[in-house]
Write a protein that binds this ligand. Structure first.
Ligand SMILES: NC(=O)c1ccc[n+]([C@@H]2O[C@H](COP(=O)([O-])OP(=O)(O)OC[C@H]3O[C@@H](n4cnc5c(N)ncnc54)[C@H](O)[C@@H]3O)[C@@H](O)[C@H]2O)c1
Length: 399
């Protein structure tokens, strides 16, 4: 029986904010949305259409909303703005006494993430970071198999995050909101902080040092093509990355100018591929690759233990466990679940409501886990930029 019907506000009424708010509102007995903060008119209209919130409770930013927190009797907020605003919004909400569900990545820089940790730990405010991958059946089962000891101790992980051609071109190249490191930190931080969190979870140890290489080597300005696909581009008929005119999938999120932009001329400074090696306490290593232009979005991995191996494909929802001790190979096939991200978003949202019911119901990812994941991504970026191995311990004690 729920203890209380929690009064929630949404800060950042974009695609993700609306979707996560809807997950939290599935059971009206558990939560109600009483306010939204969103500066864009078009986004406010999207929220009005999608969310059950009275019109007068819309504010133009988080500060205006927070001024009314007491009058609204708010319990908690969903922070689903882009990462560059996470630190100031998360800290302001916690200082106002409100529990937060903070979308990943926790922050854009290590210093900002550390500030969030300090405020959360000083105020003892419940704070969950949106690492929904931990709530997929796939990762849950993988974690269960590894911690059961069936492959002994993990020695090495080989893990690839492959981004499909359209996800890369429409989600990052053409999308102005996600194509610059000044806004999102880096592609690795924005996209793969989920994966860094998985390594930390699966290994259950601290990462000690990081090395990385990456560059933007292919999606660079070309003198032989114009800035827009439609400007009589000479390679139009033969270009893999030509714009999709219909407003489908991620192209529906783009402005008409962005849809038309040539992928070579978007002036994005994001790396277009990156490889990272992590070394954990005790010696286990993870080698990770992030690449675009794959036939489909997926994560594939092989986990090598002292007594066996696990190999799998997250999108296809299966992994095989080979035990050296018994000589057997067992394949675990998981059912496709409804909803975005294989049903994990709903479970992530429910974990937040459970946490609000009782702080003893700690979610799988709080601010410490959020910090560790973003630390790995930021350190990998430093390593690749400065061509050096980056030691992590110094970043954990900054004050
Ligand atoms: N966990 C996941 O699987 C997952 C998936 C997608 C996105 N995300 C994360 O969710 C976050 C949001 O992503 P999105 O794609 O919806 O972004 P978005 O840019 O589409 O939406 C963010 C919204 O926040 C609003 N905003 C900015 N500053 C604000 C302020 N001060 N007060 C109130 N609103 C403000 C913007 O106007 C915008 O509408 C990002 O951190 C992203 O990485 C997580």
């Amino acid at each position: 029986m729920p203890l209380k019907r929690h009064r929630l506000a949404l800060i950042g009424g974009g695609h993700r904010g609306i979707y996560m708010a809807l997950q939290m509102l599935r059971d009206p007995a558990r939560a109600e949305l009483v306010a939204v903060a969103e500066p864009r008119e078009d986004r406010q209209t999207d929220c009005r259409r999608a969310l059950p919130t009275p019109t007068e409770r819309y504010y133009r930013d988080h500060l205006k909303l927070l001024k009314h927190a007491a009058e609204l009797s708010l319990d908690a907020v969903i922070v689903a703005t882009t990462v560059s605003t996470h630190c100031k919004i998360a800290c302001a909400c916690m200082e106002a006494g409100l529990a937060i569900f903070l979308e990943k990545p926790m922050a854009r820089t290590i210093e900002e993430a550390w500030q969030i940790v300090k405020v959360a730990e000083r105020t003892h405010i419940p704070a969950q970071v949106g690492f929904n991958l931990r709530y997929t059946s796939f990762c849950g089962e993988l974690h269960h198999n590894i911690t059961s000891g069936i492959i002994g101790s993990v020695v090495a992980i080989n893990w690839t995050e492959a981004i499909s051609l359209r996800h890369w071109t429409e989600g990052y190249c053409r999308n102005g909101a996600y194509s610059h490191s000044s806004v999102i930190g880096s592609w690795l931080l924005e996209k793969s902080c989920h994966d860094m969190d998985q390594f930390n979870w699966l290994l259950g140890k601290r990462c000690e040092r990081v090395a990385s290489f990456g560059s933007r080597s292919f999606f660079m300005p070309r003198s032989d093509v114009p800035k827009r696909c439609a400007d009589k581009c000479p390679v139009y008929g033969n270009c893999l990355f030509v714009r999709v005119p219909e407003a489908t999938g991620m192209s529906a999120w783009l402005t008409p100018e962005e849809v038309e932009a040539c992928v070579y001329h978007v002036h994005s400074d994001l790396l277009d591929h990156q490889a990272v090696i992590f070394e954990y306490a005790g010696g286990a290593t993870v080698s990770f690759t992030l690449v675009p232009n794959a036939p489909r979005d997926t994560r594939t991995m092989t986990i090598y233990g002292t007594e066996g191996t696990i190999s799998g494909d997250l999108e296809d929802n299966w992994f095989s466990v080979h035990s050296l001790r018994t000589g057997t190979e067992t394949t675990v096939r998981l059912k496709k679940e409804e909803g975005d991200h294989g049903g994990s978003d709903e479970r992530t949202a429910l974990a937040f409501l459970d946490y609000l019911d009782d702080p003893a119901n700690r979610p799988r990812t709080g601010v410490r886990e959020g910090f560790e994941a973003m630390l790995l991504a930021c350190a990998a970026d430093i390593a690749s930029r400065e061509h050096r191995v980056v030691e992590l311990e110094a970043f954990r004690s900054t004050d």
